[in-house]
Design a protein around this ligand. Structure first.
Ligand code: IMP
Ligand code: MG
Length: 438
């Protein structure tokens, strides 16, 4: 690679998910060869029915091949074989998979919802593939093992950016369902407060619903915890507290490795981050002020101002680079990320947050844990690190989280109520509906 290309690649690659882009490239081939409109196409013609069926078959075959490559990658990782798996050679940034992904079945499922193979002008997209991967992950979890713990990011996953869970949020009955089934739920958010009342403010709708639920027993209610500041503050559900939450001292839940994080290092890392943030505010003339906390430092916009994406990303990359090059940055995990209209550097990251939840509930396995979040690009995204600790689903809005939890219920054989009141009981493996011709 030439230097210029290498730099552009490095800058771009943090904003692309290589596995998704690679699958997109594979699906583009049958799209171009079989699905694109020809001069004689007519809407609703018999020929188009055939085209869609043929395209569907070819997309599904590719998804099956990728599924097999992932199985081979898992076997390669588990056996500790030398060298790289074939998938790792094709997609160098690919990580570890804790369960198989049922990509072919998942594609059939999503194709029935999104009609991907009926499109002749728009190729299979990033979002088509992201959602297919989510479904494939759910199928891998439901069929392969068992979901014992679901962790959720806060902003954009459970509520809009900067908002709170209000009483009417449709995610509430879905989370209650998880608890009713004896599953544990952790809210693993960057939002870092030492005070239970702050979390009560943001999660009031959910906490009140758990408190007043007559369907949940005490032990099910105690299956809910909050892990704030990525991996810094643990609060457990507590029916007797006015905020319905009680702070759990670190001595009761820290992992052995986390006990090695010393206060001097923490202060030093935050000092270095703060200096880098201040430099960015000045260099880029950002309408922002610095906010220093016990375990985090960030920049937040001055009232009435917004920072643009480029400013936020530049700041994340400058700070990340500066801390990584420092000595303390190699000793202590940290997470610098773009929060949409702010930038924060937290001590620790969500991989530690999820691991702490797993440990708190008695040692739940990675293959039985699902983290749901919106930030999965490799730099400046704080849910990405959760991939080290468990399986993940990448959603783009709170509505998609609701959809994902309904999909989970459906896969587990429960009928799901549609927004119009109808029951959705469609079987996952029924074929693509026939297009009416004529
Ligand atoms: P998340 O999406 O739930 O992980 O929340 C991320 C948002 O929490 C950030 O964008 C910030 O606006 C907010 N936040 C509040 N306090 C903190 C903190 O101490 N560290 C990081 N983010 C924080
Ligand atoms: Mg988020």
């Amino acid at each position: 690679m030439t230097t210029r290309y290498r730099v552009e690649y490095a800058l771009k690659s943090h904003r692309r998910d290589q596995l998704i882009e690679w699958i997109k490239g594979l699906l583009a081939v049958p799209f171009v060869l079989h699905s694109q409109p020809t001069a004689d196409y007519q809407e609703h013609s018999v020929k188009l029915v055939e085209v869609a069926a043929n395209t569907h078959k070819r997309y599904a075959e590719i998804m099956r091949d990728v599924e097999n490559l992932i199985n081979d990658h898992i076997a390669h990782t588990n056996s500790g074989a030398a060298g790289k798996s074939k998938l790792k050679l094709l997609v160098p940034t690919v990580g570890t998979f804790f369960t198989p992904l049922m990509l072919e079945d998942a594609f059939n499922y999503q194709d029935k919802r999104r009609f991907i193979s009926r499109r002749r002008f728009v190729a299979p997209s990033f979002n088509d593939i992201r959602l297919t991967l989510n479904t494939a992950q759910l199928m891998g979890l439901v069929r392969g093992s068992e979901i014992q713990l679901v962790t959720f990011d806060g902003d954009v996953t459970l509520y809009d950016d900067g908002a709170s869970i209000t009483d009417e949020n449709p995610v509430i009955p879905r989370i209650l369902r998880l608890l009713r089934h004896g599953r544990k739920v952790g809210i693993v958010t960057a939002a870092g407060y030492t005070d239970a009342s702050k979390y009560y403010g943001r999660l009031k709708g959910l906490l009140d619903a758990v408190s007043s639920s007559t369907e949940l027993n005490e032990s099910q209610k105690n299956g809910l915890i909050i892990l704030g500041g990525e991996s810094n503050y643990l609060f457990r559900y507590d029916q007797t507290s006015p905020d319905l939450l009680t702070y759990v001292p670190r001595s009761e839940w820290l992992l052995e490795e986390m006990k090695q994080w010393c206060e001097d290092d923490i202060t030093q890392l935050l000092n270095i981050s703060e200096a880098a943030l201040r430099q960015c505010v000045s260099n880029l003339n950002l309408p922002a002020e610095v906010l220093r906390k016990e375990r985090a430092v960030g920049i937040i916009p001055v009232q009435g101002h917004k920072m643009h994406r480029e400013q936020l990303e530049e700041t994340v990359l400058v700070v990340q680079n500066t801390v990584e090059r420092s000595e303390v940055g190699s000793r202590l995990p940290f997470c610098a990320f773009n929060g949409g209209n702010d930038v924060f550097v937290d001590i620790g990251d969500k991989s530690w947050g999820v691991r702490a939840c797993q440990r708190y509930f008695g040692g739940i396995d990675r293959s039985k844990t699902l983290h749901v979040g919106d930030q999965f690009l490799s730099a400046g995204a704080n849910d990405y690190k959760a991939r080290l600790a468990c399986t993940t689903a990448w959603i783009a809005s709170p509505a998609e989280t609701v959809q994902l939890l309904d999909e989970m219920a459906e896969l587990e054989g429960e009928a799901v109520q549609e927004s119009d009141g109808r029951l959705r009981t469609e079987l996952v493996d029924s074929p693509l509906p026939i297009i009416q011709s004529g």
